[in-house]
Design a binder for this molecule. Structure first.
Ligand code: CS2
Length: 476
């Protein structure tokens, strides 16, 4: 990679926001600089920096995972700059040069540098994308203190975002003492509340009531809903960017043209004027979160294992498969939307937009990506629809079918019959789900996945068992 991405890029094909990078000061610290952050929050801030009065909102991008240090070293070499390619369903394509991540710190190598940055009064906002599983909370929002990663962090290690927030906020509370906002950007319902719950329990485990008091006075945890389908960049995409622009960009990302960010207006630190660049500030994010998680994410999750069982590679292929596209429509219209009930969001219109986005063949979003991390996703994405329907006296047949397809996918993966690789960080939790009556019982009664549904509504266990049998017969 040339160290001068900007100089070597052919500006005619590439849009770049008009600001002098040298004039930018960092005001945001982001934990977890994955593809989603680079295609989403970094893009909003890149646009914001082009507004004259908003030049104090550069981002410090922080890596917290040792296994990502090597890739992150490339990012540092690239000075945090990269090319984002976006593609619309009609083929319209755009390349943008993103420069908003003005500073990069590998926290896995230099944790004290992260603490210093977090203590600096110029930093007004911390954003995080550490995946749904990265918060280590059970179904009752209880921090998993027995989890080895959390246990080690309570003893002073740096595995999870809590260890970084704890150390950085402690330093801040003792030095600059400036107020700050912690804005969770992961796909969790009530994500701000969850981050707050996890962090406060972590601090309790550290036995640091003084810090807990300081946080109550000086830190806010707004909820937010983030949205942009961001496939893992393929080698083909990387090659395209490299040859098109003559640069060795290893950090390039790609995504759909659609982008959305809805943020609860609750800032303890200064507030970036993200509404100037398309984000929405609202008093209550819940209706937006619920719509997104229960229609988009749940739609992905319920369809993807069936797509894998059918041997499909790309998600848009599932939308062109008559059976699966009908299933998707039925799941949303029969189960998801009725369980949501009244909403400020026009849910049928929202569903139509998502159906179009899912059909976008140009982004090459893979079934493999969406199958990833099922154990963390089901309680977040699917559980509310399951529960909502049972509590309303309805049987969510389509939801149950989606759950059963995951069970079949797990079994057939174990038997080596599925070509889609399954990336499951919680593999150990699936160990008891064997392909027999005991395994089905264990699966249907798993409290992390389904809460009290199996005991409150024993029909669920019966109906799921039947759906699993049907799924196994269909796909085995
Ligand atoms: C997907 C999301 O991983 C998943 O299950 O549903 O990554 C989805 O693409 C994003 O949330 C879109 O904003």
């Amino acid at each position: 990679m040339s160290n001068h991405l900007q100089a070597s890029l052919n500006k005619e094909q590439l849009s770049v926001q008009e600001y002098q990078k040298e004039a930018i000061q960092a005001g945001v610290l982001h934990l977890g600089v994955g593809a989603f952050h680079r295609a989403h929050q970094a893009v909003y801030f890149d646009r914001l920096l082009a507004h004259g009065n908003e030049q104090n909102w550069g981002i410090i991008g922080v890596n917290i995972r040792p296994q990502d240090s090597q890739v992150f070293a490339r990012f540092i070499e690239q000075k945090g700059e990269y090319v984002l390619k976006t593609m619309a369903a009609d083929g319209a394509t755009k390349y943008e040069h993103i420069r908003s991540i003005v500073q990069q710190i590998d926290g896995a190598q230099a944790p004290l540098d992260v603490d210093a940055a977090l203590a600096n009064a110029n930093i007004q906002l911390v954003t995080s994308t550490v995946t749904e599983g990265g918060y280590y909370l059970d179904e009752n929002r209880v921090l998993m203190l027995e989890h080895p990663a959390i246990k080690a962090d309570v003893d002073g290690a740096r595995n999870t975002l809590y260890a970084f927030l704890y150390a950085g906020l402690k330093k801040r509370s003792e030095t600059s003492k400036a107020k700050i906002t912690l804005l969770c950007c992961d796909n969790l319902r009530h994500n701000g509340e969850l981050l707050e719950a996890g962090l406060m329990q972590f601090i309790a485990a550290k036995q640091d009531p003084a810090l807990a008091d300081w946080i109550k006075e000086n830190v806010s945890f707004p909820c937010s809903m983030v949205d942009r389908i961001t496939p893992k960049p393929s080698q083909k995409h990387v090659n395209d960017v490299q040859t098109r622009f003559g640069v060795d960009d290893e950090m390039t990302v790609m995504g759909e043209d659609f982008i959305q960010w809805v943020i609860e207006d609750n800032f303890a630190g200064k507030k970036p004027s993200l509404d100037l660049v398309g984000a929405q500030f609202v008093n209550n994010v819940v209706p937006f979160e619920e719509a997104k998680i229960r229609i988009l994410n749940a739609g992905h999750t319920c369809v993807t294992y069936q797509a894998a069982l059918k041997g499909l590679t790309y998600f848009d292929e599932a939308m062109r498969d008559n059976e699966l596209s009908q299933y998707f429509t039925d799941f949303i219209l029969q189960d998801s939307i009725p369980a949501i009930g009244d909403s400020v969001v026009d849910l049928p219109a929202y569903f139509n937009i998502i159906a179009q986005r899912f059909s976008n063949a140009n982004i090459g979003d893979t079934v493999e990506r969406i199958c990833t991390d099922g154990y963390a996703k089901f309680p977040i994405f699917i559980f509310p629809t399951l529960e909502g329907n049972y509590r309303k006296g309805r049987t969510p047949i389509k939801t149950i079918q989606g759950i059963a397809s995951w069970f079949a996918f797990i079994q057939l993966t174990n038997e080596g019959k599925i070509k889609t690789p399954y990336h499951e960080p919680n593999k150990a939790a699936l160990a008891s789900f064997s392909n027999d009556a005991t395994g089905i019982q264990a699966f249907a009664n798993d409290r992390f996945l389904w809460g009290s549904i199996p005991t409150d509504f024993p029909d669920f266990v019966e109906q799921l068992t039947q759906a699993i049998q049907a799924s196994m017969e269909k796909y085995a």
